[in-house]
Design a protein. Structure first.
Length: 606
């Protein structure tokens, strides 16, 4: 057993042979005796919510101490065999301040390896610290870096984690991907969180980043029912790249630096990036034609045919000429149609002095600048004019803005479809977080009435553990298919948040009836996923997160429905908060359930 007493006045560094001097040892002793550690916290953002998911905690020595830096402080403690003592003191300081400041969410703290292997670091002592600080154990997440561990050391850690999990404490595997052995540790320890290493985040800054590992990590996390935390999100580029990849939790300088008294709400600028803006990534449902407007100087309605011919002659590439009077678009003159008239036999002599309004297309397709691209495409396709439309007029508040071309429209639709595919869930093929958020933002911006239904599978993890990931994927695909079968109208939208979570956006009044049909259909379908023995028993036996053997009934769906008021919700973040709360309430009910939230906006924190 490692001795936790002070020991000799000098301690050797086993890796370098250097010695820790008497002054450093005495300084460490004073810090621990006086409990003079300085705690600080950095927020961990869950961008679908405005409040932090939690905070990463760190302690340092007193500002006037040679052991002020955490690396130096813990290095001295480790070399003197006092890692467990210092770690417990750090957790005591962090938990006490965390509660005193009323910080929300979870407290994340990374534990050094030396402390984990010290018998002085045990569940009983940690429970005493949390009780004294008044912090519920399920709000503490302990992180570790253990990718180089052998199977024997992982078994020892598994035993320690089992004791900690029995209290409700959660675990995070840190630095995943920076060294070998991460997947072995995930399999052995089954962490609640997986932290992407800083080295993996730096890849996102490359001109042509290789995202395969990040995507693979997200898939591993989904399969093990863990959440991914990306650290080192230090720049706007990091933030938007991580958000676009669907990484759920983010931490770094762009989110918030370490602070003894951190903010209780995330900075508003975090919600003004690509996923929030009209000019960001979108899909054909939400992207508008404003960006397709080509500003071509118009001609007046009383321009003569001769004058228009001169305009086309001077601008050989010009294919379309808008006719506008006092800012109001009246029609279009298309080069091909005009030349057929103008160059025909006697055409110039007969019509040269006549006004162009007599020969223009007086019924071109006109669309407002904020019209979604898919609606314009449908309008042009359905147009019953005899000749194929190749262009259209774009207006802003009824006034001429520019000309839109079919070729540009088709190119944009293709690009948006490819963009949507990149943000689609690879298992279900449904739109992922980015398209979901953009669709909600667009509906809020337009003030459209809609209903958001958060769909979650109950008892999915024990089913996955018992039947394997292949069978679990089969269930996920079946749920996606079921949701799509009940959401076939034009205003409906089905997205796959990730794992076993889905989102439906309804615009029709019969949404509740369709939700109840989804529940009834899945209730009838669920037993078919089980073997004969489990079907006869009405479910299966498995272990919960505390390792207790528990009976889990058949898979079921929990649906939380909200009707956002555009006047009360700033963006998709507010809607997501309400939907998550509604889903939580639905899960309080046994079996397939629907909870309908009556409030139309989020509760604001004063």
């Amino acid at each position: 057993m490692i001795q936790t007493s002070l020991g000799p006045a000098r301690c050797d560094d086993p890796s370098t042979g250097d010695s820790i001097d008497d002054a450093s040892v005495q300084d460490l002793d004073r810090i621990l005796a006086r409990q003079s550690l300085a705690p600080a916290f950095a927020p961990i953002a869950e961008l679908r919510l405005r409040d932090p998911h939690g905070y990463r905690g760190q302690v340092s020595g007193p500002a006037d101490s040679p052991l002020r830096l955490p690396l130096t402080l813990f290095g001295v403690a480790e070399h003197c065999g006092r890692s467990a003592e210092l770690t417990l003191a750090a957790l005591n300081s962090l938990a006490t301040q965390f509660q005193a400041q009323g910080l929300g969410g979870k407290l994340f703290y990374r534990v050094r390896r030396a402390a984990l292997y010290d018998p002085g670091f045990c569940a009983d002592r940690l429970q005493d610290i949390l009780t004294q600080a008044g912090l519920e154990p399920d709000r503490l997440v302990l992180g570790l870096s253990e990718h180089r561990a052998h199977q024997s050391s992982l078994k020892a850690l598994s035993r320690l984690f089992a004791d900690l999990r029995a209290l409700g404490i959660q675990m995070m595997l840190c630095g995943f991907g920076d060294t070998h052995g991460g997947l072995l540790a995930v399999q052995a320890l089954r962490p609640d969180y997986i932290e992407l290493g800083r080295g993996q985040i730096e890849i996102l800054r490359s001109p042509v980043p290789n995202l395969d590992f990040v995507r693979a990590t997200l898939d591993v996390a989904r399969r093990f029912n863990a959440l991914v935390v990306a650290t080192g999100i230090d720049t706007e580029q990091d933030l938007r790249a991580a958000e676009a990849l669907g990484i759920p939790l983010l931490q770094g300088h762009s989110i918030g630096a370490l602070d003894p008294a951190p903010r209780k709400r995330l900075r508003k600028k975090l919600f003004c990036g690509a996923a929030d803006s009209d000019g960001g990534l979108g899909d054909a449902q939400t992207a508008t034609v404003a960006g397709l407007a080509t500003e071509i100087p118009p001609v007046c309605a009383d321009y003569s045919v001769e004058e228009v011919g001169e305009v086309f002659h001077a601008a050989r590439q010009l294919q379309t000429l808008p006719v506008v009077e006092k800012g109001k678009p009246l029609g279009l003159v298309r080069r091909m149609d005009f030349m057929n008239l103008f160059l025909s036999r006697y055409g110039r002599d007969l019509h040269g002095r006549k006004p162009i309004r007599l020969f223009m297309d007086a019924r071109p397709v006109m669309v407002e600048h904020d019209t979604p691209i898919n609606e314009v495409s449908q309008k042009l396709t359905d147009d019953n004019q005899s000749h194929a439309q190749t262009d259209f007029l774009i207006t802003r508040n009824g006034r001429y803005l520019g000309v839109g071309y079919m070729v540009d429209l088709l190119r944009e639709i293709t690009a948006l479809q490819l963009q949507t595919a990149r943000h689609a869930n690879p298992l279900s093929g449904l739109p992922g977080n980015v398209p979901i958020n953009q669709r909600i933002n667009e509906m809020l911006r337009k003030g459209r009435a809609f209903v958001v239904v958060y769909v979650d599978l109950d008892h999915f993890k024990p089913f996955n553990d018992a039947y394997g990931y292949s069978k679990g994927d089969e269930v996920i695909v079946a749920v996606a298919t079921l949701l799509l079968s009940e959401c076939g109208t034009l205003g409906d939208f089905v997205g796959h948040v990730g794992g076993d979570d889905f989102v439906i956006l309804f615009e029709d009044d019969d949404w509740e009836m369709r939700c109840r049909r989804i529940l009834a259909t899945f209730e009838a379908q669920a037993p078919s996923f089980y073997n004969a023995t489990d079907r006869e028993n009405g479910g299966l036996w498995g272990e919960d997160r505390q390792g207790t053997r528990v009976f889990f009934p058949f898979l079921s769906l929990s649906l939380g429905a909200v009707r956002p008021d555009p006047d009360c919700c700033d963006s998709f973040h507010d809607v997501a908060t309400m939907a998550a709360d509604a889903k939580h309430m639905a899960k309080q009910q046994a079996g397939n359930s629907l909870f309908i939230e009556r409030r139309c906006g989020p509760h604001r924190v004063a």
